[in-house]
Design a protein around this ligand. Structure first.
Ligand code: AMP
Ligand code: MG
Length: 491
């Protein structure tokens, strides 16, 4: 059968609404073909969800599309333009090594961007080669699926193909392309770009498009632009609270890596915190700890202020008044975030309702966890499982005293004990993608061409709240020689 005929069965159902935005927001461009594409990771549940045919997509004709060797029917591929503050400095950016194939409309009528990452040079590549290395693409695959399993809004990964090419970084590495799926790739940086290089009419078009695509609840009667700002702030507060509650460190929270949809995106050098320490930083390029664990909430507020600035011309005709309005909204971020985080911490401790002593119970635990250098995830896992003895930490006077206060609070609750345990299980993952495990499965894939450990790992991570026996091997801590852990952008 001819490839084109197979394509009909593949399930692609593209719309390309982004191209109706002002032309300066994108460049039309095709992917650069690669010599020898090979599918090494494929996300069947996601493919099914998107309405794609999982069998046909894994055949040569399907892989050709995931490799950028063939453009599927209905796709009008573009590189998106955006700007952004990188480590505090404003720069013109854009998809330098990615292309949007279009928006897949699912059988339920939902719309998702299908993006190839590593698909070759574009108008925005600057000095780069437009390519991506296998390791970082597999890493994004693992982490995005882990975040999704944790119930955190995130871009996802449909598959990874190796290209048969090598790319030059500090060493020579195998090239790869990730197919990324996201609600959209509209970033804070997209607004910064149009604000810096466009006019108010173009800004308004981007705003209207964003409202329609992500905030259809905002009605025409409201002050739409203020409502947009408010809603973006809320979603971002929710996202960051979820990160903090599982110890996720994004690693590079530049404004171009913050999606307006409220999904996690572009988490290149990210990693999960093991030992509880608010100052934890893993990324080798984050020398001053700008994006350390404890800084993620204030950095989100800083990024949101950059977003609010772009909306000023729409918030009020009088600029001073517009600034006042924006400032009031940004000032609310902290309270919104804190309330969500506190409620999340209550959930982690099996606490229903809100009592005045809750904050001191929560901080009391975190303080001693930090003093005793204990593992974040495993501590909450042990609390959930009621295994509270046999370690220096759990046998310490400090912990026993804290536990008494906690139990007193729990005993005050009318709800049955089982419900409280259930609440904890739903809020404390038994497993996270531990750094040494991520490295281990990446090494097997990259060096031995053995993808089985990665597939097994991804399967386990898809249900992190299962508390199954099979997950136990993934709860083990790294040997001391694997600490401190460093991540590299490795682009
Ligand atoms: P990232 O660190 O992946 O968020 O990328 C930051 C910016 O650099 C984006 O505009 C990317 O498109 C661009 N970029 C990263 N790697 C490459 C590459 N290998 N070739 C061209 N552009 C790149
Ligand atoms: Mg980025």
């Amino acid at each position: 059968m001819h490839i084109d005929d197979r394509e009909l069965d593949m399930g692609w159902n593209f719309d390309n609404s982004y191209i109706h935005l002002p032309k300066k927001l994108y460049t039309r461009q095709g992917p650069i073909p690669v010599p020898l594409p090979k599918l090494v990771a494929f996300n069947k549940p996601l493919a099914e969800f998107l309405g794609l045919n999982v069998n046909v997509l894994q055949e040569d004709s399907g892989v050709a599309i995931l490799a950028g060797n063939k453009i599927p029917k209905g796709s009008i591929s573009i590189a998106q333009a955006y700007a952004g503050h990188q480590f505090g400095y404003f720069t013109m950016l854009g998809d330098g090594r990615a292309l949007l194939l279009g928006e897949q409309i699912t059988p339920k009528g939902e719309r998702f961007d299908i993006q190839l990452k590593g698909s070759g040079r574009t108008a925005y590549s600057r000095g780069g080669d437009g390519r991506a290395a296998l390791g970082p693409m597999l890493r994004e695959y693992i982490i995005s699926e882990a975040l999704h399993g944790l119930g955190i809004p995130t871009s996802r990964s449909l598959g990874v193909v190796t290209t048969g090419e090598t790319i030059e970084r500090e060493e020579t590495l195998p090239g790869a392309i990730l197919t990324r799926v996201a609600s959209s790739h509209i970033r804070v940086g997209t607004f910064q770009y149009i604000s810096a290089y466009g006019n108010v009419e173009e800004l308004r078009q981007l705003v209207e498009y964003t409202l329609q695509r992500h905030f259809s609840d905002i009605t025409s009667g409201e002050d739409r632009y203020l409502s947009l700002l408010r809603e973006v702030i809320k979603r971002q507060a929710r996202l960051i609270a979820r990160w903090q509650l599982v110890g996720f460190i994004h690693g590079v929270m530049n404004t171009d890596n913050m999606a307006i949809s409220g999904e996690a995106i572009d988490f290149g050098p990210c990693a999960f915190m093991d030992t509880y320490d608010p100052k934890t930083v893993f990324s080798s390029i984050d020398r001053n700890g700008r994006y350390a664990y404890e800084n993620q909430p204030p950095i989100a507020a800083w990024n949101l202020a950059r977003f609010a600035e772009t909306l000023l011309p729409l918030l009020h005709d009088d600029e001073d008044r517009a600034i006042e309005i924006a400032n009031e909204e940004i000032a609310d971020f902290h309270d919104i975030y804190r309330k969500l985080w506190l409620d999340g911490m209550r959930g982690k401790l099996g606490i229903f309702g809100r009592e005045p002593e809750d904050e001191s119970i929560i901080h009391g635990l975190l303080d001693i966890m930090q003093a005793y250098d204990v593992d974040f995830t495993n501590t909450f896992r042990a609390l959930t499982m009621g295994k509270l003895c046999g370690t220096e930490f759990f046998d310490s006077k400090d912990f026993v005293k804290w536990k008494d206060g906690w139990k007193t609070r729990l005993n005050k609750q009318r709800r049955p004990k089982e419900e409280s345990e259930q609440l904890m299980r739903g809020n404390n993952p038994a497993i996270i993608p531990r750094n040494h495990r991520v490295e281990e499965v990446l090494e097997a894939a990259e060096k031995q061409n053995d993808y089985e450990p990665m597939h097994r790992f991804v399967r386990a991570l898809s249900d992190p709240y299962a508390y199954s026996v099979g997950q136990e091997e993934y709860t083990e801590l790294p040997s001391p020689s694997k600490i401190p852990y460093r991540t590299f952008c490795g682009t």
